[in-house]
Design a binder for this molecule. Structure first.
Ligand code: BDR
Ligand code: CA
Length: 302
């Protein structure tokens, strides 16, 4: 049965691919709402990008704009990686899904409160909106079955030597959400760096000759330019991994129950660390069957 899902995102190249996976799997997902935060680009751009990509993909869900800046830090964006518009100049038409007038936290509060089934939240950007939601209405946690988050790392960062982008952009929000008492499935760099596309696979997506294939091919080719210097064997599809994890958990066989928190000050700000002796608060996903993962992504594009 299709899960009722909400996605909180900051599109962003791989966020756009995450939305594509949602659009391709009506068997797995009933999308109830999209919320956006500043992250890969400014709040204005990520909101517009979500509405534009959503319309291009034929999604039918309200889009609510959330935080334009992190809880307590200056904004951190990534236009060097995702392009000046946040979507690598993608040609996606000019149609926009309508925006919801409510701020993201208010929209989430209202729509989760009204939900008739346990809700699944997927978060692929800085966690500012979710932290604001839980501060505003803690009771809404009872409506959430779990949150699947792309963020964090236990093996070094991609923004600093210690911190992954989403947790580094708003470490206070990441810490608040990890400690909120809601079941959390966390896909950090440790697993998303295994969920990569090699250059020839990226070209093969373009070669499919389909709308979704062209989109993945173009966005990932742009993304790949930033990954050339990393020494990774390919280009990770970070955010789409979180959506495919929800659709096909068996693609991700390894996981540990861990007690994790996020460093909120100092040189190691944004780092994910184990809390010795703490009760587990996170299902930390550790591995992916890469060949099957790539095939599942191809299937979304045929
Ligand atoms: C995460 O940071 C962003 O740049 C990507 O969209 C992804 O959510 C990877 O660290
Ligand atoms: Ca993202």
């Amino acid at each position: 049965m299709a899960k009722q899902v909400w996605i909180d995102c900051d599109p962003g190249l791989d966020d756009a691919i995450a939305l594509m996976v949602l659009a391709s799997r009506p068997d797995a997902f009933s999308l109830r709402g999209i919320t956006t935060a500043a992250g890969n680009q400014t709040g204005e751009k990520t909101f517009r990008n979500a509405r534009r990509i959503g319309a291009y993909l034929g999604l039918q869900a309200p889009v609510a704009r959330g935080a334009d800046r992190p809880l307590r830090r200056p904004p951190l964006t990534a236009g060097d990686v995702h392009g000046e518009d946040g979507l690598a100049g993608m040609r996606a038409g000019n149609s926009l899904l309508p925006g919801d007038p409510r701020p993201a936290a208010e929209f989430l509060c209202d729509s989760l409160t009204a939900a008739e089934e346990p809700a699944v939240l997927i978060a692929t950007g800085p966690l500012t909106n979710l932290a604001e939601l839980f501060a505003r209405e803690p009771g809404v946690k009872e409506k959430i079955d779990h949150i699947t988050i792309m963020g964090g790392s236990l093996s070094g960062g991609n923004v600093t030597p210690y911190a992954e982008f989403n947790f580094c952009a708003d470490p206070d929000a990441a810490q608040a959400v990890l400690c909120a008492g809601v079941p959390i499935h966390l896909l950090g760099l440790d697993v998303t760096h295994q969920a990569y596309l090699a250059d020839e696979e990226i070209r093969a997506f373009g070669g499919l000759g389909t709308k979704h294939g062209g989109m993945v091919g173009d966005l990932m080719a742009f993304y790949a330019a930033s990954y050339k210097k990393t020494g990774l064997p390919g280009t990770p599809v970070h955010d789409a991994s979180a959506v495919l994890y929800e659709a096909e958990p068996s693609l991700f066989p390894g996981a540990e129950a861990l007690s994790l928190e996020v460093v909120t000050s100092g040189e190691r700000i944004g780092e994910c660390v184990r809390k010795p002796g703490g009760p587990p608060n996170v299902r930390w996903v550790t591995s992916v069957r890469r060949a099957e993962f790539v095939e599942a992504l191809f299937s979304c594009c045929r």
